[in-house]
Design a protein around this ligand. Structure first.
Ligand code: NDP
Length: 328
C-alpha cells in the first residue's frame, strides 16, 4: 500500500480506502462487514469512510460494531463521517443541513453510533444554501478545538464555495477545510481535473474521491445485464437502476466493454484498471473503494500493482476509448 498526505496536512492516508455507503447500509451483518474491513485493513487500508445519512445511521452502527469486534489499535486507522442529510427518514428542519446545531449534534450522534471518542475526518456532505458558510466553519472549528474531530472537509462543494470557507476561516482565525470528497472516475472528471486545479497548490487541498467504479459500472458487472445480486436490485436504489438504464449510461457501457479489451492487453481486470486510473492522478489523496463482499475488496486492492502498468501509451489508449478529458 502507498500512503499519501491528505493535502498539506500531516495525516497520511492509504491511497486506497474503504467506504460503507451501500455495503453496510442494507442489513449487511457484522460478520460480512468484518470480512470486508479486515480484507481492506490487511491490505494496508487505514481510512474507512461513513456518513450520518448512510442507511439512516445503520452504516455507522455496523462499522462501530465491526471496529469493536476486530480490536485494531485506534491510532492505526482513520474514520470519517459526513453531515447534511440527517440520519433518519424525513428529518425535521433541525435534523439536517449545516447549521451549527445540526453539525454539532450529528457529530455527537455519529460518535455514539460508531462507539468512538473522536472522528478523524468530518465532512460537510453537500453545501447548504440556507446556512452561512461562516456558521459552518465556526461549528467545525469548535468541534476540532473540543477534540471531537481532527480534520474537517467538504464534499461536492464548488471551488468557489471551498474558497469562501477557506477565506472566512483565514479572516476570523478559524480552522479551514483540509480536504474535499468529490466524485471522480473515468466518466466524471471536470471538477477534480479542472475546476479544483488551483486549490491543490493554492490552499493545499486534499481529495478523498468517491465512486471510482462509477457505482459499479466500471467493474464490468453490468456488461451483460443487471445481476440479481448487485446493488441495483436493492430496495431503495431504484434511482440508481434508472440511472444505469439511461441513454448516457448505456453509452458508457459501450466504452466499458472496450476498456475490458485494454485491461486484457495489459494483463489485468477492468475494476483494477479503473481504480488504478484514479490513483494515477497525484491530486487524489485516497480512492474510496466500495464493495459488497470481501472478494471484491481483495480484487480492488490489487489495483495498486496496476498503476505502474498505466504507461503514457496505455493512458492514451484509455483516453481514446472514453474521450472524457475535460476541456479547460
Ligand atoms: P464504486 O463506484 O467503486 O462502486 C462500488 C460497487 O461496485 C460495489 O458496491 C459493488 O457493487 C461493485 N464492485 C466493487 N468492486 C467490484 C469488483 N471487484 N467486482 C465487481 N463489482 C464490484 O464505489 P461507491 O459508489 O460504492 O463509492 C465508494 C464510497 O464512496 C462509498 O462507500 C462512500 O463511502 C463514498 N461515497 C461518497 C459520496 C459523497 O457524496 N461524498 C457518494 C457516494 C459514495 P455490488 O454492491 O452490486 O456488488
Amino acid at each position: 500500500m502507498e500512503y499519501r498526505r491528505l493535502g498539506k496536512s500531516g495525516l497520511k492516508v492509504s491511497a486506497l480506502s474503504f467506504g460503507s455507503w451501500v455495503t453496510f447500509g442494507n442489513q449487511v451483518d457484522v460478520d460480512k462487514a468484518v470480512g470486508c474491513m479486515t480484507a481492506a485493513y490487511d491490505a494496508g487500508v487505514n481510512f474507512f469512510d461513513n456518513a450520518e445519512g448512510y442507511a439512516g445511521g445503520q452504516s455507522e452502527i455496523v462499522m462501530g460494531e465491526t471496529l469493536k469486534r476486530v480490536g485494531w489499535r485506534r491510532d492505526s486507522y482513520v474514520v470519517s463521517s459526513k453531515v447534511f442529510f440527517g440520519s433518519q427518514n424525513n428529518p425535521t428542519p433541525t435534523q439536517r443541513g449545516l447549521s451549527r446545531k445540526h453539525v454539532v449534534e450529528a457529530c455527537h450522534q455519529a460518535l455514539e453510533r460508531l462507539q468512538l471518542d473522536y472522528l478523524d475526518l468530518y465532512f460537510c456532505h453537500r453545501p447548504d444554501p440556507e446556512t452561512p458558510i461562516e456558521e459552518t466553519v465556526r461549528a467545525m472549528t469548535e468541534l476540532i478545538l473540543r477534540g471531537d474531530v481532527l480534520y474537517w472537509g467538504t464534499s461536492e462543494w464548488s471551488a468557489q464555495e471551498i474558497m469562501e470557507a477557506y477565506s472566512v476561516a483565514r479572516e476570523h482565525h478559524l480552522i479551514p477545510p483540509t480536504m474535499e470528497q468529490p466524485q471522480y472516475h473515468l466518466f466524471h472528471r471536470k471538477r477534480v481535473e479542472d475546476e479544483y486545479s488551483r486549490l491543490y497548490e493554492g490552499i493545499g487541498m486534499g481529495t478523498t474521491i468517491w465512486s471510482p467504479l462509477a457505482s459499479g459500472l466500471l467493474s464490468g458487472k453490468y456488461n451483460n445485464g443487471i445481476p440479481q445480486d448487485s446493488r441495483l436490485m436493492l430496495p431503495g436504489y431504484e434511482w440508481l437502476k434508472q440511472m444505469m438504464e439511461s441513454e448516457t449510461w448505456q453509452k458508457r457501457l459501450v466504452a466499458v466493454r472496450e476498456l475490458a479489451t485494454v485491461a486484457d492487453e495489459i494483463g489485468t481486470t477492468l475494476p483494477r484498471l479503473a481504480i488504478a486510473w484514479c490513483l494515477k492522478n497525484p491530486h487524489v489523496s485516497t480512492v474510496i473503494t466500495g464493495a459488497s463482499r470481501s472478494e471484491q475488496v481483495v480484487e480492488n486492492m490489487a489495483a495498486m500493482d496496476v498503476v505502474p502498468l498505466l504507461t503514457d501509451d496505455v493512458m492514451a489508449k484509455i483516453e481514446s476509448v472514453v474521450s472524457t478529458a475535460p476541456i479547460s
